[in-house]
Design a protein around this ligand. Structure first.
Ligand code: DLL
Length: 443
């Protein structure tokens, strides 16, 4: 189906949840009421919150208007780690219907829990995201997010079921089999990370299948940063719409925010369930809408794990709502503050490289960033290892590499080496792709 055809049907508000059509004033009224409930509930049921509020000299009764939220302390991943595994749960274990955990790269995993009411609200919000992205009741959905402790697989699964779809719970990996089942089962939508969708597309081409000729009409992609250039790449190759879905396990999982297919202008945050803030990650000050900083969330309806002012480390900015005027949008995530490379004083994110590389026709979206510190030198060096597109001559690939290096210097301000590698030689994604390889000697 063409983008125009989806546009024609997407404005049908008859399927919306009532809150989706609330205006800003009504959303904020609801937020205040739910926020007051949440801080009181967290204070009364979670020792850590009681301690942190007391230490900060704030009490739930101090929350009289939305801006009072700024008086409350932040919550971090470290808080979850220190209370591992269940110390931040606000309900007794018998009321916890499901547990998920994020592995993280270091330290203990962060464990999150859901009551059956939480699971129901979660499914409703994922269903809302899928519907906003153009997925329709009755359609077949190929769910390639990983199942297990990761929230992606089961979270997306429940949302697709809630919407009334037929779910194909394929999970991540076994790419040839995925390609075969897309041919055989003829799904309408695919849910996956953007980089895993690239892997699937490459496998289709390798199997002699034209990605444009499959039954797929919609892709709902998230769990890792991706750029509008990557969207253009995927949409062009697949011939259908790709929308964003955002979330994180500590706040819920996928479905905290989702993109509307008719505008494709960033994900609307479901503000009837989450209150977002943007803060300066260095000074912790709350910033105005439109200013870039770290995204912070407070849950408004969660029972098992209420979360107050959780620091996501995701960098973005808040924008006014469009397709859902009462809810604010988040701009695309530039990256996580912990994935920021500082190269001779210049900050750099993999998404910036993706954006620039994909503007150069001879270069593919397959790249890795390698950070080294050559012997005897005090400066770090960044090498971008990137595959050219199939069929590009060695001369053209070399010219593209120097163009990439030049564009990075112009747009980001840092010098880096670009090494063009054999097509197909870089590790492919099977979920969240690792882009940065830090090979510097450990301090
Ligand atoms: O990745 C939840 C999810 C699953 C979202 C499937 C969307 C689809 P975590 O494993 O806890 O949860 O990782 C959360 O992933 O803080 C962001 O850094 C990143 N992330 C998630 N969605 C997006 C997105 C899931 N759409 C972390 N764009 C978050 C950019 C994203 N980054």
């Amino acid at each position: 189906m063409s983008t125009t055809a989806i546009k024609a049907t997407a404005a049908d508000t008859s399927t919306w949840d009532p809150e989706e059509s609330f205006d800003r004033a009504r959303i904020e009224e609801l937020q205040l009421e739910r926020l007051q409930w949440t801080v009181k509930y967290a204070y009364e049921n979670v020792d850590l919150y009681r301690r942190k509020f007391d230490d900060a000299g704030v009490h739930p009764t101090d929350l009289r208007e939305l801006s009072d939220l700024g008086k409350f302390p932040y919550t971090t991943k470290e808080d979850l780690r220190q209370t591992y595994p269940f110390g931040m749960f606000a309900v007794p274990q018998e009321r916890v219907a499901r547990i998920h955990a994020s592995s993280g790269t270091t330290g203990r995993p962060t464990v999150v829990g859901y009551t059956s009411g939480d699971l129901d609200r979660w499914a409703t919000l994922v269903a809302r995201c899928l519907r906003a992205s153009g997925v329709k009741k009755g359609q077949k959905v190929h769910n390639a997010y990983g199942y297990g402790l990761f929230t992606g697989g089961l979270g997306a699964h429940a949302g697709a079921e809630k919407l009334g779809c037929t779910v194909i719970p394929i999970s991540g990996g076994q790419t040839e089999r995925q390609v075969q089942l897309i041919q055989d089962f003829e799904p309408d939508a695919i849910l996956s990370t953007p980089t895993y969708l690239l892997t699937i597309l490459d496998a289709m081409v390798a199997a002699g299948i034209d990605p444009q000729g499959t039954s797929l009409k919609t892709a709902v992609l998230g769990a890792e940063p991706w750029t509008t250039q990557m969207r253009a790449e995927l949409e062009q190759r697949m011939g259908f719409d790709a929308c964003d879905i955002y979330g994180l396990s500590e706040v819920m999982g996928p479905g905290v925010a989702g993109e509307c297919v008719e505008t494709k202008d960033g994900s609307h945050i479901w503000e009837d369930h989450f209150r977002p803030e943007i803060i300066d990650p260095f000074t912790d000050a709350v910033l105005d809408d439109g200013q870039a900083g770290e995204l912070v969330f407070t849950s408004l309806t969660k029972e098992a794990l209420p979360i107050i002012r959780y620091r996501t480390h995701d960098l973005t900015r808040l924008l006014p709502g469009t397709a859902r005027p009462g809810m604010r949008r988040m701009d695309r995530i530039t990256g996580r503050s912990d994935d920021m490379i500082i190269l001779r004083g210049v900050n750099l994110f993999p998404t910036q490289i993706e954006e620039i590389a994909l503007r150069i026709p001879a270069l593919s979206p397959h790249f890795q960033l390698e950070l080294t510190r050559p012997e005897g030198q005090r400066m770090d060096q960044l090498t971008i290892r990137i595959e050219p597109r199939e069929g590009v001559s060695a001369d053209d690939a070399a010219a593209a590499a120097s163009e990439l290096s030049k564009q990075i210097k112009i747009h980001i301000g840092s010098s880096c080496a670009v090494s063009v590698v054999e097509p197909g030689s870089l590790t492919r994604s099977s979920g969240k792709l690792k882009r940065i390889y830090d090979l510097r000697p450990k301090a």
